[in-house]
Ligand binder design. Structure first.
Ligand SMILES: Nc1ncnc2c1ncn2[C@@H]1O[C@@H]2COP(=O)(O)O[C@H]2[C@H]1O
Length: 226
């Protein structure tokens, strides 16, 4: 059985406290592709991702899917409705087979109120969501679709950049996922990625998408914007 200690918001709990939380949790496995959070379902349960990966998505008025975030083992989703009692803000799907621990909103509240470290970790995660959302709003308001694609690839590369200034994005980003994330079409992502490849700024290899010189990609983005 996967231990609750993998969950980020419980990182500072000792064994006794984790045992206490475990008593309030129902475990469930979702198959890849199934929906975990449905806004129509009247539930405010909190889902702790014990293994696997989930995608958080929203839809535009025209029905286009927008990926807000992908979260792997250790993450937590569904906390917004549990905190404020409002309807779900997004849908959540299992990307791969995903084991979750489910906490009812009242038990989530009990755990948060009993353990200051959990409360602080939940707040820290909310701060991260605000920062990411702000970045996104700025990008959508100020950059064209091509630049948003480049900026997204650049941000991912900057996170895994090695001491030689190179990065490998593994696995190769899926065009539809990048498109959803930067609010553009799959075709635009394919066109921009093709153009970056022709310029030698990225190369597709068996082990991932290589960005041989992250600094050059930064400069290219900066030149594209100005
Ligand atoms: N912009 C976002 N970034 C990361 N996670 C989000 C974002 N919007 C919604 N979520 C998650 O998706 C969940 C959908 O249900 P809730 O609104 O209860 O809680 C939400 C958060 O856990």
């Amino acid at each position: 059985m996967i231990k609750l200690s993998v969950v980020g918001i419980f990182a500072d709990l000792d064994e006794d406290a984790l045992g206490d939380v475990e008593r309030h949790i129902n475990r469930k496995t979702y198959a890849a592709g199934t929906q975990i959070i449905e806004p129509e379902a009247d539930s405010s349960d909190v889902y702790l991702i014990l293994s696997g990966r989930v995608r958080i998505v929203n839809y535009s008025l025209s029905g286009r899917e927008i990926t807000l975030e992908e979260i792997g083992a250790g993450g937590c989703v569904g906390q917004l409705s549990a905190i404020d009692g409002e309807p779900r803000s997004a849908c959540v799907f299992a990307v791969s087979n995903t084991d979750v621990g489910i906490l009812s909103p009242s038990n989530f509240e009990k755990v948060v109120k009993s353990h200051p470290s959990v409360a602080w970790n939940v707040i820290t995660e909310l701060a991260r969501i605000v920062r990411t959302s702000t970045r996104r709003i700025v990008d959508v308001s100020t950059l064209g679709a091509n630049e948003r694609v480049i900026a997204e690839i650049l941000r991912r590369a900057q996170k895994v950049c090695d001491s030689d200034g190179a990065a490998i994005l593994a696995p190769v980003p899926v065009h539809s996922e990048v498109a959803g994330r930067v609010s553009t079409s799959r075709e635009t992502v394919a066109r921009v990625m093709g153009s970056l490849a022709r310029k030698g700024l990225v190369t597709k290899e068996d082990n991932g998408l290589h960005v041989p010189d992250v600094r050059r990609l930064e400069e290219f983005l900066s030149e594209s914007i100005h």
